[in-house]
Design a protein. Structure first.
Lengths: 356, 394
């Protein structure tokens, strides 16, 4: 791991990475087998053994839904310092991710390393495109609040752009910008919130603010924007049009693998860093797919030590766009996201009394 | 009751409780007309389930059922039957409707509100055929409706009917039981059930390639056709004999070849893999897990577990257990057990097994490929007798 903390987070090429991950995944898998009874039984029943060596893609992956169904942890409960939960509407079960001191600290360190590639090494004044309520109201506290808190470490003079009612607080924004005139500014928020509550308000108010010195990081996915036919390109163009911002970076990540996020580079590609890897799998048989082929996304992270989340199967569809060959110069796999898997019409005669 | 919540698909007026003798001529002719209509309709031809409906309601089959039913006594309908049919099976409602008709009743049928082309085709067909004045009695006593879950509407129809037929399993039955029926009204309910298969291993090993292909194809129809989500779809195969390992490989290998026919959407792969992980995390009685891509998962169990009937697969995840004799099955069979499909087992063995063990469950024993074949004897009911009255004359 020392190698990871020392270098730039996009320095390993495919050969180095494969070698490093073969070892690292063996180490993590062993740890989780020893620490988590359920995981141990799963791998035994799957006939997966660490007695022989494996290449990274051979390690089993577990569906993210299992974190909703079980409390999966590989250390004693007394060592847990933080429990992360996924956002979910009322009534839905939420994922529970258990962090010990090491995992939690490593998540923060990795996040800082990855994002500093885009934000620079020094902390910037930070404008959060959300309401303070998202972190202060414990009832609402979820992946959204945790995300804001996590990224808050990258900035100073934290200022919230939206008020309690999720309305744009234009006066606060203006005075924040005045105060930091001439400085680079770090903006953070969730993809949809930014569009619905920031972009749209600026358009409606016909306010022109100058964010040409701004660097925006946003994540959470374009799912809700699909209905409005807004894709990443339109998103960037429109934000640029209303506030002259040029540096807009999407990130992809999930609560099961906090920290080792995937960043969109200047060329518009999402990148795996040295802390993570991605495999695209054919839904028909989970075989590996190559560049340009759409399939289910499997994510690998070297960070999870207190819970068996180092190799997970997501419910997202993606496509590899390359490896070690992005024009931006960074190493690692690059990819695109094509949204969530669609619900299916299930046939059969049981449980048909329609739920609303 | 707010009638705007009900969408009437067919039937201008609400039927009153008209009755007639079971298997009356008008109904039998109507059934055959529908059979012909479907065979002639180009759209209908592309749906195997509509062809199954057509085959079922053709003259020959209805006559056969009529003859088998005849016991020399007089059977007359009970009145108005209210049918709640499954929302995920496009053609089930038409069978339920015919059960109501053949038993001499008027019918209000709640059909699936999900959009299925088969439902549209069937409604068009029935509507067109009923325009013929030969069928004026059926026309006056038929109504097809759809509505979203709504207790008020359930209350209303339940209150006026003389018989209620509830498909859709335990949850649906529970919800409908909140709406009382008249004291003399009868109820036919189809609860959640468990079904399974039995194979004699030696017979598989000695079978020809064609026979194995047809066995696998039959099994595909029994299971994947309904996403392994019908009450009569098997979840576990019990192997008999001494060549189980070999037979199991032959059989599942042949099932795998059916893959092309099935549409395994990514969500089904993920759901199914998640189910497999659940099983693998929770159970310590697994002998081995074999996966054939994501199309077919087979979980071998060391012995019949005590929770046999509650472990089920979806979209093609099956269990298998090697048993010494069929009598072992009586260990788990309860009133929830419904269909047993079999291959390579002699009929007299099946008879002996049933008689000897005094089982509380198992209502149907059919060869592979027939699990979904619906009929007037279903789920332990003689449906025509259940929905009619027998009149004693001395």
């Amino acid at each position: 791991m020392d190698k990871l903390w020392g270098n730039s987070p996009f320095s390993m090429d495919r050969y180095e990475k494969s070698e490093f991950y073969s070892e690292k995944l063996a180490e993590l898998t062993k740890k989780h087998i020893n620490g988590c009874k359920l995981y141990q039984r799963l791998l035994k029943n799957f006939d997966f053994s660490l007695d022989e060596s494996h290449v990274p893609e051979e390690y089993p992956f577990i569906p993210v839904r299992l974190f909703k169904d079980y409390e999966l942890l590989s250390v004693d409960k007394s060592e847990i310092v933080k429990t992360m939960t996924s956002s979910g509407t009322t009534g839905q079960r939420v994922s529970k991710i258990f962090l010990d001191r090491t995992t939690s600290a490593n998540q923060t360190k990795a996040l800082v390393k990855i994002t500093s590639e885009f934000l620079g090494k020094s902390r910037l004044p930070m404008l959060i495109i959300d309401s303070k309520k998202a972190v202060s109201d414990r009832r609402l506290f979820s992946a959204r609040g945790a995300g804001i808190l996590g990224f808050s470490m990258l900035g100073y003079d934290l200022t919230y752009a939206l008020d309690e009612n999720m309305e744009l607080d234009i006066e606060t924004v203006k005075s924040f910008l005045d105060k930091h005139k001439g400085d680079d500014i770090f903006l953070f928020g969730f993809t949809y919130m930014i569009w619905a509550h920031f972009y749209k308000s600026l358009v409606k108010l016909n306010e022109k603010i100058d964010l040409s010195k701004g660097i925006l990081l946003h994540g959470g996915g374009f799912k809700k924007l699909q209905d409005e036919a807004v894709d990443n390109e339109i998103y960037k163009d429109e934000l640029n049009r209303v506030c002259q911002i040029e540096r807009i970076y999407n990130y992809y990540g999930m609560v099961e693998q906090t920290g080792s996020i995937f960043m969109e580079c200047e060329r518009g590609r999402l990148h795996a860093s040295d802390f993570s890897d991605i495999f695209i799998r054919d839904p028909r048989d989970f075989s590996l797919l190559g560049r340009g082929e759409k399939g289910l996304i499997q994510l690998v992270s070297v960070l999870p030590e207190s819970y068996p989340g180092h190799s997970i199967l997501t419910e997202d569809i993606g496509e590899l766009t390359g490896e070690d060959d992005c024009p931006c110069g960074r190493h690692g796999k690059t990819f695109k996201i094509h949204g969530r898997i669609k619900k299916a019409e299930i046939r059969g005669c049981s449980d048909t009394y329609e739920r609303r | 009751m707010s009638e705007d919540k009900i969408k009437v698909l067919l039937g201008d007026v609400e039927p009153t409780a008209c009755v007639s003798e079971v298997y009356n001529d008008e109904v039998c002719r109507f059934a055959d007309d529908l059979s012909k209509w479907l065979r002639k309709d180009r759209n209908a031809l592309s749906f195997p389930d509509l062809m199954a409906v057509s085959f079922w309601c053709r003259k020959g089959n209805i006559e056969k059922m009529r003859n088998e039913f005849d016991d020399g006594k007089i059977h007359i309908g009970r009145g108005l039957i209210f049918h709640i049919t499954p929302s995920n099976v496009p053609v089930n409602f038409i069978f339920s409707y015919f059960f109501g008709l053949l038993s001499g009743n008027s019918n209000i049928v709640r059909v699936p509100s999900k959009e299925f082309p088969q439902v549209d085709i069937l409604c068009t067909a029935v509507k067109e055929i009923l325009e013929n004045d030969d069928y004026i009695n059926i026309r006056k006593s038929t109504r097809f409706v759809t509505y979203e879950r709504d207790k008020e509407i359930n209350d209303y129809y339940s209150g006026i009917c003389d018989g209620r037929v509830i498909w859709g399993g335990d949850n649906t039955i529970k919800a409908l039981r909140e709406s009382p029926i008249k004291p003399k009204a009868v109820e036919v309910v189809f609860a959640d059930r468990y079904s399974f298969g039995v194979i004699q291993s030696e017979r598989v090993v000695s079978a020809s390639d064609e026979e194995i292909t047809s066995l696998a194809h039959g099994f595909y129809n029994d299971t994947y056709l309904m996403d392994q989500n019908a009450c009569s779809t098997p979840h576990c195969i019990f192997w008999l004999g001494n060549q189980v390992r070999e037979a199991s490989e032959i059989f599942w290998g042949a099932v795998k070849k059916e893959e092309e026919k099935y549409s395994l959407e990514p969500i089904k792969s993920v759901d199914k893999y998640t189910d497999l992980c659940h099983i693998a995390m929770e159970r310590d009685d697994i002998a081995e897990i074999n996966t054939y891509g994501n199309f077919l998962y087979v979980v071998g169990l060391k012995k019949i577990p005590s929770d046999m009937e509650s472990i089920r697969g979806r979209y093609g995840m099956f269990f298998e257990v090697h048993i010494k004799s069929m009598d072992d099955l009586s260990m788990f069979i309860t009133e929830r057990s419904q269909t047993m499909i079999y291959y390579g087992v002699e009929k007299n063995e099946l008879n002996d097994f049933i008689k000897k063990n005094n089982l509380k469950g198992v209502d149907r024993i059919v060869p592979f490929g027939n699990a979904l074949d619906i009929g007037v004897i279903w789920d332990g009911y003689d449906i025509i007798r259940s929905l009619s009255r027998v009149i004693g004359i001395r």
